[in-house]
Design a protein around this ligand. Structure first.
Ligand SMILES: [Fe+2]
Ligand SMILES: [Fe+2]
Length: 297
């Protein structure tokens, strides 16, 4: 079996296991009992609002993938359409219900807008070599997104337990968090497999586009950047010192750094990931009223 075949088989096995072991969470298993819903809203309302929107917007992400990858490998399509989408949508539905129970408005996800930039990339993607660049960007974005989700749900789980809200920590956040590492693993296996097959101009293009376009998960405009910064503050990622943000960026982008930049021995790792998080935090600090504005909107 060639190396390529082995990687493809590994990916196929991984997707089959995900589908088998992680069906979408059943709504009947969720216990929304809370001792102090007002306090949950006060401490973690913006986090729940942000995460429910991002989870529900996977429906739009699939439209984006259909546009950007006109001819994807069957295993990618199977993963995002049949395994990942139903799991993530259910995360969104469960979190959205939770936020309405603590008195916040229901999520208003954008489920339909595919940007011009992505449609253009899709048109160029009819050239196979360009589509491989888009696929690599998709896997890198996927890794950063899923790591961010794991970190956020871990912090949220701990925070809710500290508030004494065991039911929602155990039946809402823990089951959702359990499904995210499998998504990360998919992108990691796929990214490692594809990177080795790219030519030098493709690698250059991936590095350049990544450096110029990296954004935290769910950030597509200034308002969402402010909101993401607020989420970082609520989850305790921002403790006032820069090294905390640098460590967070490292956790989010460790494999990306290794794949794209490790060959540049002696050169500093590019700071585009940490910079993006710093910008979100600064935006949130400048807009401290966001939480109440979010809750009222
Ligand atoms: Fe999720
Ligand atoms: Fe996920």
């Amino acid at each position: 079996m060639s190396g390529l075949d082995a990687a493809e088989r590994r990916l196929a096995d991984h997707v089959a296991r995900q589908a088998d072991e992680h069906p979408p969470i059943e709504l009947g298993t969720v216990d929304y009992t809370m001792a102090r819903p007002g306090l949950v809203a006060d401490r973690f309302g913006p986090v729940l609002t942000y995460m429910s929107r991002v989870e529900l917007e996977v429906e739009r992400n699939v439209l984006e993938l259909n546009a950007v990858l006109p001819d994807p490998p069957e295993i990618d399509r199977h993963f995002y359409a049949d395994v990942w989408l139903p799991q993530e949508t259910q995360h969104g539905v469960i979190l959205d219900k939770l936020q309405t129970l603590i008195g916040l408005p229901a999520a208003e996800p954008d489920l339909t807008t595919v940007s011009f930039k992505l449609r253009l990339l899709g048109a160029l993607g009819r050239i196979g070599a360009v589509q491989d660049v888009s696929r690599m960007l998709y896997y890198l974005t996927g890794m950063a997104t899923e790591r961010s989700a794991v970190l956020a749900y871990s912090d949220l789980h701990g925070g809710l337990l500290r508030l004494g809200e065991r039911a929602i920590a155990k039946t809402v956040i823990a089951p959702i968090r359990r499904q995210e590492p499998g998504h990360f693993a998919y992108y990691q296996i796929a990214a490692r497999g594809l990177w080795g097959q790219l030519g030098s101009w493709q690698k250059w293009l991936v590095r350049t586009l990544r450096r110029k376009t990296f954004a935290p998960v769910g950030v597509g405009n200034d308002h969402q950047r402010i909101h993401f910064g607020t989420v970082m503050r609520k989850l305790g990622v921002a403790t006032g010192d820069d090294s905390a943000v640098a460590r967070y960026a490292e956790q989010v982008a460790r494999i990306e750094y290794e794949l794209l930049w490790a060959h540049r021995n002696g050169l500093r790792v590019p700071t585009y990931v940490a910079d993006a998080f710093h910008r979100a935090l600064e935006a949130a600090v400048e807009q401290p009223k966001l939480e109440s504005a979010e809750n009222a909107s």
